[in-house]
Write a new protein. Structure first.
Length: 503
């Protein structure tokens, strides 16, 4: 076993945008000549990362020819820190001989902080990593010091190469882009889910079973910073479940779901808002046929709040998992974007809700987005989401119909515009079921203009309201549970995208 020490003095800096990355000393191995098949060689390096170090630290590994498998394990210290101070958390991944340039040509896997070791070879790889030949050249172990304690972060990294003939490469098979469907209909989906291919604890089979039990028609894979799960969903799809492929791009300035990208699409995450790089990767998502959906934009975890703005977004996740104060802030901020779009007379940003389920007891399909689509295909579902023809429901039990009609029978539904004169009387009608004792709130660009009495315990009810486009530029509906907190609104049971009123 070889050993080395990576002191902070043994470093080279290279710059990507405004953020610097740190490259440490190279780990070298002997040439493969004379190595018997199955021979293993190991090198261990140790070092310390100080507070304020770059977001990404790379350890080059010179891989000779004739290597069958590369395996990496690591540990780091977790010292006690004062209350209110972040401790140590160190993520890990690997890039192959194609390099570490932004864009990910050399990307071979990322597990964040979910695993302490991983391997890559032609015929298999640890979940989160991509199988494929281990070619000769300079590979890089990527360390991501997510947070560093005041004392610094001491780490130990062990790299093991196994020599021998490569195994047979695997040929990926992906799920189809179409399920049976019911023609133009309302379809239910959950587009933010994590499997054991990142930091989740569920297999694709377990997630698919839970999705079916939750009454879902479609899901989207969204593992953190890796597309390694894409080739493991095909046997879970069926006529009753459309499985789209994506990624949760997890940057230091917020997370964004790539929704329904082409199979095998990787989107890089190694940048901050100040680097002015996000537009390039939003374009990457769209070129791969996906939607750009900022996730939990007001979450309070380190690096989770969205700081890239919404100019590149196709929709925004305003409800993430069980309804919390973070979601209430996201809902309010989203409503402000609707007001701005009315003022500017331009496009508007639809809202989505997803579970972000990782493990038990996280409930798949709580909440779920219900979208009006022409068919149960990737393209049709995306078009419905992009157009805002959708509402968010806490479960399969919740059903909502929300319409606006004019005096001559003109009619518009969720995400649509009722094109009538400013002084035309308009009737807004909401029908709902599966929402016992919930209160209906109708919200416009002026605020909440109607709050109903609680619906019956049967969970079904109808609310009507009359207005004009001059009085309300748009109207959307919230169905909320009862609350014991005085004037504060209760948690959501359902939320609709708006109907716009006027020409």
């Amino acid at each position: 076993m070889g050993e080395d020490t990576h002191g902070i003095g043994r470093r080279a800096l290279f710059v990507t945008g405004a953020a610097a990355a740190l490259t440490l000393g190279t780990v070298s191995f002997a040439a493969a000549d004379g190595q018997a098949p199955g021979t293993r060689e190991t090198r261990t390096v140790r070092g310390t990362l100080p507070p304020g170090c770059p977001d990404f630290v790379y350890v080059p590994v010179e891989v000779p020819s004739g290597v069958r498998e590369i395996k990496v394990s690591y540990t780091y210290d977790r010292p006690n820190v004062p209350a209110g101070t972040t401790g140590n958390a160190l993520d890990i991944g690997i890039f192959d001989q194609h390099g570490i340039e932004l864009g990910g040509a050399g990307f071979r896997g990322w597990s964040g902080g979910a695993r302490t070791e991983f391997f890559v070879r032609a015929d298999d790889a640890t979940p989160g990593y991509l199988p494929g030949p281990v070619h000769a050249g300079t590979w890089h172990v990527a360390l991501g010091p997510y947070t560093v304690a005041p004392q610094g972060l001491d780490y130990e990294l062990t790299v093991t190469l196994t020599y021998g003939e490569p195994g047979t490469p695997v040929r990926p098979v992906y799920p189809p882009e179409r399920a049976a469907g019911r023609g133009r209909a309302w379809y239910r989906g959950d587009c933010h889910l994590h499997s054991w291919y990142s930091d989740g604890r569920r297999t694709p089979a377990e997630i698919a079973a839970l999705a079916r039990a939750a009454g879902l028609d479609f899901i989207n894979s969204s593992d953190h910073n890796t597309h390694s799960s894409h080739a493991h969903w095909a046997d879970q799809a069926g006529d009753d479940l459309l499985i789209m492929l994506g990624e949760e791009i997890t940057t230091r300035n917020g997370h964004v779901v790539a929704l329904g990208t082409d199979p095998g699409t990787f989107v890089d995450w190694r940048y901050r808002a100040r680097d002015n790089r996000f537009g390039r990767f939003a374009q990457r998502i769209r070129k791969a046929g996906g939607l750009v959906v900022p996730a939990h934009p007001h979450a309070t975890c380190v690096g989770c709040a969205w700081k890239f703005g919404f100019g590149e977004a196709d929709a925004v996740e305003v409800w993430n998992g069980p309804y919390t104060p973070d979601d209430e802030v996201a809902l309010s901020a989203w409503d402000a974007t609707l007001v701005a779009s009315v003022r500017a007379g331009g496009a508007w940003l639809p809202a989505m809700g997803n579970s972000d389920a990782h493990r038990d007891p996280d409930a798949v399909g709580m909440p779920q987005t219900v979208v009006l689509a022409d068919d149960l295909t990737r393209e049709a579902v995306q078009e419905g989401l992009r157009a805002g023809r959708s509402y968010i429901a806490e479960s399969k039990n919740v059903q909502v119909s929300f319409t606006a009609t004019g005096g001559r029978g003109e009619r518009a539904g969720i995400g649509e515009r009722l094109k009538v004169a400013a002084d035309t009387p308009v009737t807004v009608r909401l029908e709902a079921s599966g929402v016992p004792r919930c209160t209906v709130r109708l919200v416009t660009d002026e605020g909440v203009l109607l709050t109903s009495d609680p619906l019956p315990v049967t969970g079904s009810g109808v609310v009507e309201w009359r207005t004009t486009p001059q009085y309300a530029a748009y109207v959307r509906a919230e169905l909320r549970h009862e609350t014991a907190a005085g004037p504060l609104p209760g948690a959501l049971a359902a939320l609709t995208n708006p109907i716009f009123l006027g020409r």
